[in-house]
Design a protein around this ligand. Structure first.
Ligand code: NAD
Length: 250
């Protein structure tokens, strides 16, 4: 119950889906958490729900558009003013786009790159100085199995999630001397609002490609993120953890 005791975490895209699940699990492990999202009302409701269940004020909600450096500065400042510092960053916010190379417009490309790729870089850039002041930290970047393998479509999504994988390794090398660990997580099909919009007829074949032949609950990724955030992962950096029911093992 106390695996994250004393730690302060910032989770982007924390209003719903995997980010909200991580906030719940982190609170259960005695962390204090700032969740940021562009869905302001839902983000606040998620924080209120966790706080009322735990009877504490462990979670604070803020507006965070991950494409804006100023929002990241405010998010990190909130961790410091509300909870005294920052130890863990989960770069979780992301958007999907299923279009192929020719079908993707320049506007769509820029939007996916800005959120999924630039947002991760901006988050690390903002968080690292605060972590250095704490004597170390853990950054978990949520990529995807689509950051490891290709598919016939989702061109911008593949490009960004692949970039997150190597940005993670490059950061792990650069910041090991500062005791900041940086790892990537690569979910397969996770049953969140992101995939709710995909027709079942298109989702089922993807689910069936994984040996476990099911989609996962967001908590099944969340527990892996808890591990990477905790001191149990003290020698783990630059790693890529697939959470995919065996999808990429085939
Ligand atoms: P989700 O759509 O439920 O949650 C994503 C959250 O990110 C939302 O709350 C959304 O409002 C937020 N967000 C979007 N743009 C933002 C911005 N500019 N600034 C801040 N927040 C923003 O989806 P999810 O499944 O919980 O996705 C979490 C992460 O997992 C994403 O990075 C996604 O790419 C990745 N992922 C998801 C799956 C899946 O099957 N669901 C698979 C692999 C990877």
């Amino acid at each position: 119950m106390d695996r994250l005791k004393g730690k302060v975490a910032l989770i982007s895209g924390g209003a719903r889906g995997q980010g909200a699940a991580e906030a719940r699990l982190f609170a259960g492990e005695a962390a204090r958490i700032v969740i940021g999202d562009v869905l302001d009302d839902l983000c606040k409701r998620t924080a209120d729900e966790i706080n009322s269940k735990s009877g504490s004020k462990a979670v604070a909600a803020i507006h965070l558009d991950v494409t804006r450096a100023a929002d990241w500065r405010t998010a990190v400042d909130t961790c410091i003013t509300e909870f005294g510092g920052l130890d863990v960053l989960v770069n979780n916010a992301g958007i999907a786009n299923v279009k192929g190379i020719e079908e993707t417009s320049e506007e769509e490309w820029d939007s996916v790159v800005n959120i999924n790729q630039k947002g991760v870089w901006l988050g690390m850039k903002a968080a690292i100085p605060a972590m250095r002041r704490r004597g170390g930290g853990s950054i978990i970047n949520i990529s995807s199995i689509y950051g490891i393998i290709g598919s016939a479509g989702s061109a911008a999504y593949h490009g960004t999630k692949g970039a997150v994988r190597l940005l993670t390794k490059s950061g792990a090398v650069q910041y090991a001397p500062d005791k900041i660990r940086i790892n990537s997580v690569h979910p397969g099909v996770i049953l969140t609002p992101m995939v709710d919009v995909v027709p079942r007829s298109e989702l089922q074949p993807l689910i069936d490609m994984a040996p476990m032949k099911r989609g996962a609950q967001p908590e099944e990724v969340g527990w892996c993120v808890v591990f990477l955030a905790s001191d149990e992962a003290s020698f783990v950096t630059g790693a890529e953890l697939v959470v995919d029911g065996g999808y990429t093992a085939v």
